[in-house]
Design a protein around this ligand. Structure first.
Ligand SMILES: C[S@@+](CC[C@H](N)C(=O)[O-])C[C@H]1O[C@@H](n2cnc3c(N)ncnc32)[C@H](O)[C@@H]1O
Length: 422
């Protein structure tokens, strides 16, 4: 008989769905902890877990997946600064922005938020960043601020020279980036979790929901809704974007950033009766949606605007048959591989167009493939020299790679382009 006690406990405590971390992972973690604690068998270790919350935390530490790195999906950080906080902070010099990184793991995401804002000239006293994770070990690492090679991926590493000092075993983050970030250990499912907090302008909650089953995903998203300011922006991981629309969020329309805002509340227009709608589920992040009854007043309340309908209709058509606008929405919703396939098919059928090439550029950029992204952006500019979107993304990419002279040339082209339009 399979022993599910440990998996059930971890599900209860931290929302972990055993299937999400692969067969045997929980068993291996339990076995490692049992040996570490010197206990002879599973029953004895189970007894220890019943008696010691400290040991439960140790088991949590043994199963978490802390995978993270600086500027992971850089477009999200760029959009956060350019489309959300930059304009607000510049418009109101008294205003300070509040950000949350949950889960922050070992801190790379929270520190990247700080670096992205500082890069755009926003001074550190204009924002504060809370960073929370269930793993105490991850929080200790984050506070230490010393990082090895694995935290710096891809080729665009110019930020490392600007914000880190070389140390014997890696790179140490400078104080100016650490100052606005405050770390704490916390479990999103703990009763009273961040009960006194709220009103965050920006929340990054990326690559955690994928480890939960559907009821826990809904519970976690309800917490995020409580913590988010009414006009706040929530960034999720690309494979989590499909969940958000079903939970009353709408895309914030920032290309490849997987950013969402609360859907506008709509007053009920008719009495509650049962209706059947397709509800995106965890499985629908991959194939097949399930159907379940939802009261009509709930549908009215979170009814998405017209473009969302087009989007869900397109869900069931193969990417190869979609137009570029639908493919771009598909990519924004996190179905990146399909959108890429669709864009390639579009080019084969219709020839290369600036819009198709731009989409491929954005997809490569989001995947951290800077070289391929730059190649596509330049192709866009060959066909359409004044394409402001390609210019903007290419300038950002060059800057991240440390090519400041190249970025300045692109900025100059952008300014000339703006002059022509005004
Ligand atoms: C893959 S990391 C994501 C880090 C970062 N957000 C990113 O995208 O790079 C997942 C993190 O979720 C944390 N986590 C898992 N369950 C949690 C829970 N119930 N409450 C808070 N953090 C949790 C883990 O400790 C782990 O550090």
């Amino acid at each position: 008989m399979t022993d599910t006690r440990f998996a059930d406990l971890l599900e209860r405590v931290m929302g972990l769905s055993a299937a999400s971390i692969g067969p045997g992972a929980i068993e291996r973690a339990v076995d490692a902890r049992r040996r570490e604690t010197g206990l002879r068998d599973g029953d004895a270790y189970w007894g220890l877990l019943q008696a010691s919350s400290a040991e439960v935390q140790q088991l949590v530490e043994a199963v978490v997946v802390p995978e993270t790195w600086f500027f992971r999906n850089p477009q999200a950080f760029r959009a956060m600064e350019r489309d959300v906080l930059g304009p607000r902070l510049r418009a109101d010099p008294q205003r300070c922005a509040r950000l949350l990184s949950l889960p922050c793991s070992t801190g790379e995401e929270a520190y990247t938020m700080a670096m992205a804002l500082m890069e755009s000239g926003i001074e550190p006293h204009r924002f504060s960043i809370e960073a929370v994770d269930i793993s105490q070990h991850a929080i200790d690492t984050a506070r230490a601020g010393c990082y090895g090679r694995n935290s710096f991926r891809g080729h665009e590493l110019a930020f490392r020279d600007r914000y880190f000092d070389a140390a014997p075993h890696g790179w140490t983050l400078r104080e100016e980036v650490r100052a606005p970030v405050r770390f704490s250990q916390g479990n999103i499912f703990a009763p009273g979790f961040m009960a006194q907090a709220g009103g965050f302008d920006v929340i990054f909650c990326r690559n955690m929901l994928i480890y939960f089953d559907i009821p826990r995903q809904k519970q976690a998203i309800a917490v995020l809704r409580r913590l988010l300011a009414p006009d706040g922006t929530l960034f999720v991981g690309h494979s989590e974007a499909g969940l958000m629309r079903a939970e009353g969020f709408v895309s914030a329309g920032m290309a490849m950033s997987f950013a969402f805002r609360r859907a506008p509340e709509v007053e009920p227009v008719c009495a509650p009766i049962a209706a059947t709608v397709a509800t995106p589920t965890r499985a629908s992040l991959r194939p097949a949606a399930t159907k379940r009854p939802v009261p009509l007043h709930v549908i009215e309340k979170v009814r998405a605007p017209r473009p969302e309908l087009t989007r869900s209709q397109s869900t069931h058509r193969p990417a190869e048959t979609l137009d570029l606008a639908a493919l771009r929405r598909m990519a924004d919703d996190g179905r990146v591989e399909e959108a890429e396939r669709g864009a390639q098919a579009h080019i084969r059928a219709n020839g290369a167009s600036p819009d198709a090439l731009l989409l491929l550029g954005l997809i490569s950029d989001a995947a951290g493939q800077g070289k391929a992204a730059a190649h596509y952006y330049r192709k866009v500019l060959y066909l359409d020299p004044g394409n402001v979107e390609a210019l903007g993304h290419l300038a950002l990419l060059l800057r991240r790679e440390g090519d400041h002279a190249g970025a300045r040339l692109i900025d100059e082209r952008m300014r000339r382009q703006d002059g022509r339009r005004n």
